[in-house]
Design a protein around this ligand. Structure first.
Ligand code: NAD
Ligand code: MG
Length: 290
């Protein structure tokens, strides 16, 4: 169903603890289960999607599978139920879904995640660095502890480096890497000082790595979503923020994961994006990404 502005600006107040799950959310997000129609844009491709259990990652897994790709999804062990739901949708599309649980803030786990995905899928053509963490329940830079910094920087940046290094060992010409950035790279919120900095770094990394691996025929791009209704939000925002979530965008509402996934399909596909590399595609409900 196409989301309507009138029913999507803000959500009922609700809170979860990280990492957050899909089922307790009101309303449940739309991952394109009933709407996404594939047209062979990723036939035979093999993709690793980190954080593919829920939110944007689940919508990407469903869209990739309906475009003909086999996928591996990584996630935290506490998210097993969400991962199994994604697996069911991928299987219904007639594609394989390899489940790779593990905490990617640990280097050996992050590297092993890629090795498992590549060996189970028989290779790797597409990497979606989608896993990410933020904590917005704080008021000032003074509230950010070293443990907070470790979690945000290790999830959003260290793991991205480790997983990308390992994935490049398996990728050939035609391969594609897509990083999940954020509007926070351009319009940072002061409650997300550390997270916003990682997203700006991801944009810089995207352009720089694209220059390095271009000669191998590998493309590197990013998607910068605006406010999207996923478990990350009730798990990391104050309840009252949820009631206004997305209302400050030009379109006046939050987006659904299903509205972000097509940008990943576009960038992953050699049919649609064979000459697109080193760019950041905004899916922000109208907020500028420059
Ligand atoms: P989500 O909670 O559904 O997905 C994030 C996933 O990251 C989790 O499901 C989890 O599996 C994974 N993850 C987090 N820490 C991990 C760890 N230590 N080890 C392994 N996996 C870990 O939320 P989402 O909003 O779909 O987030 C996906 C990406 O989108 C993130 O990079 C986020 O920064 C980005 N993003 C989200 C929004 C938004 O408004 N929801 C906006 C811009 C960017
Ligand atoms: Mg999750």
């Amino acid at each position: 169903m196409t989301p309507q502005p009138s029913d999507q600006s803000g959500f009922p107040a609700q809170q979860q603890e990280p990492p957050g799950l899909t089922e307790p959310m009101t309303p449940e997000p739309d991952h394109g289960e009933r709407s996404y129609v594939g047209s062979g844009k990723l036939t035979g491709r093999r993709a690793l999607i980190t954080g593919g259990d829920s939110g944007i990652g689940r919508a990407v897994a469903i869209a990739f599978a309906r475009e003909g790709a086999d996928v591996a999804i990584s996630y935290l062990p506490d998210e097993q139920t969400d991962a199994e739901t994604t697996e069911r949708w991928v299987s219904e599309a007639g594609r394989r879904c390899v489940l790779v649980p593990g905490d990617i803030t640990d280097e050996s786990t992050a590297r092993q995640t890629v090795r498992t995905a590549a060996s189970e899928l028989g290779g790797l053509d597409v990497l979606v660095n989608n896993a990410g963490f933020q904590m917005a329940r704080r008021k000032s830079i003074a509230d950010i502890t070293s443990d907070d910094l470790d979690q945000v920087f290790k999830t959003n940046l260290y793991a991205l480096f480790w997983i990308t290094q390992e994935a490049l060992e398996h990728m050939d010409s035609g391969g594609a890497i897509i990083n999940n950035s954020s509007i926070q790279a351009y319009e940072p919120s002061n409650t997300l000082l550390d997270y916003a900095a990682t997203k700006a770094a991801i944009n810089n990394f995207t352009v720089n790595l694209a220059a390095e691996v271009g000669e191998r025929g590998i493309r590197v791009n990013a998607v910068a979503p605006g406010p999207i209704w996923t478990p990350l939000q009730p798990a990391t925002q104050y309840e009252e923020k949820i009631e206004r979530f997305g209302g400050d965008t030009p379109l006046g509402r939050a987006g659904q994961p299903a509205e972000v996934a097509p940008a990943f399909v576009f960038l992953a596909s050699q049919v649609t994006a064979s000459y697109v590399s080193g760019t950041v595609l905004g899916v922000t409900g109208g907020k500028p990404v420059f």
